[in-house]
Each structure stands twice: as C-alpha cells, then as structure tokens.
Design a protein around this ligand. Structure first.
Ligand code: ADE
Length: 232
C-alpha cells in the first residue's frame, strides 16, 4: 500500500502540510514527532527531522522501520549553486550526495562514503518527473530545475566555499539533509525525491537573503508536495 513519508528539517517546511492533514496517530521517536494520517486522500507520515545530516538519517530510518513508508519526499529550502536558479525557484533531485565527505586518502572519490558502492544516490525517476510537471501547474510563475542536490553539515555563505562545491560536484543547490535522506532511503530500497525551493544564493548574500526568503520558499515546496500526493 502507498504511504508517503514527508520530511522537512524545520517546522516552517512542514507546518502548512501538517495543518491540512487529517491526523490519525502521533508518535514521538528520537525526539521527533511523527504524524500519521491522510492528506489529499493519500496516506502520509509527516515529520520535522531537525537540521543536519544525522537528524535526517535517523528520521528516514524511523519512517522505514516504524511506519513502513512506501516512498519518501523531502521538502524544504536550499541555497542555489547556479546563476540562473533564482530565489523562489525549485530544484527537484535527480541524485544527491554528501559534499562534506572526504576519504580520498584511501582512493575514494571526493564525496563518496566508503563501502556504500556509489558516490551519488539516484532519486526515483517517476517521482522526479511528477514533481517537475506538478510544479509547472502549482507554481506557474517560478522555474523548476531537475538536477543534483548536495548536502553537508554546513550553511554555505561564502563564495569561495560555494565555488569549490560547484567545481567538485556540479550541484544545482546545497542544503543540509537531502543526501542523508537519499542515503538512508537507498539502503532501505525506498524510492525518494528531494524537492527544494531556493531561499538564498549560498554566497556572501545568504546571511541576509535566507531569513527574508525562507518562509516563502518553504511554502512553494510544500504546495508542490501537497499537489503531487494523489498522483504518486
Ligand atoms: N539551506 C538553505 N540555504 C542553505 C545554504 N546556503 N547552505 C546550506 N543549507 C541551506
């Protein structure tokens, strides 16, 4: 049966979805509140994971073990890594990787976690296409891009750091959870997609832009998730 796990790192990334769902059960695990019920007629479990890769991985594993979700969607905001991807636009993952992993000393490519067997975790193609096509309907005024999302336990707000991440990984946007969700979903054989709206440009302007745009960006992403649920 179809049951969609929806993860947002911060409350503002999931609050609109939680407000609209019909809640059947609430469970606390690892200090995270999992709300199970229906949204748009679809079985969902919605949770705020907390920020960063450890929280995101824990949260994903709990969705797999305790709730036996069939699919995972990560909704939220991110910093743009491409000039043409503007604040408010949406990036839908084709794949995701950890930009802060470095075991090159033992021959692994930068970003690859040893012994996992891949550098980047492939998002589900059907979920990705669905998100991109729904975005054009739900948010007709903004652009949607499909590409690589890169994650690390760092808020990127320095042009030099941003440029190094772009050169190393060719990402479309950067955030702090997606690769961990992708990694955990991959290990559990659960299809996933990451949907991120741009809140800042991940450079020296990010400190000012992020607080100004995070709410509107988070709302774009959540609206898209809501719209695509019945079509999964
Ligand atoms: N989430 C939103 N903007 C970000 C940035 N610049 N770096 C990391 N995570 C982010």
């Amino acid at each position: 049966m179809k049951k969609i796990g929806i993860i947002g790192a911060m409350e503002l990334e999931v609050e609109a979805l939680k407000a609209k769902m019909e809640i059947h059960r609430t469970e606390i695990k690892a200090s995270m509140e999992f709300q199970e019920g229906t949204l748009q007629g679809t079985e969902v479990v919605i949770v705020r994971s907390g920020i960063g890769k450890v929280n995101a991985a824990l949260c994903t594993q709990i969705l797999c073990d305790m709730f036996e979700v069939s699919h995972i969607i990560n909704t939220g905001v991110a910093g743009s890594l491409k000039n043409e991807i503007d604040i408010g636009d949406i990036v839908v993952s084709t794949d995701a990787l950890h930009h802060d992993v470095d075991v090159r000393v033992f021959g692994y490519p930068l970003g690859e976690v040893p012994q996992v067997g891949c550098l980047a975790f492939q998002a589900d193609e059907r979920l990705g296409q669905l998100a991109a096509s729904c975005c054009k309907e739900v948010n007709p005024d903004i652009s949607v891009y499909q590409g690589r999302i890169v994650s690390g336990d760092q808020f990127i707000s320095d042009k030099k750091v941003k440029d190094a991440i772009i050169n190393n990984f060719q990402g479309f946007c950067v955030e702090m959870e997606g690769a961990s969700i992708a990694h955990a979903a991959y290990l559990n054989h659960i299809p996933f997609v990451i949907i991120r709206a741009i809140s800042d440009k991940a450079d020296d302007s990010a400190e000012m832009d992020y607080p100004a745009f995070e709410k509107a960006a988070a709302a774009h992403s959540a609206a898209l998730v809501e719209h695509m649920l019945p079509l999964i």
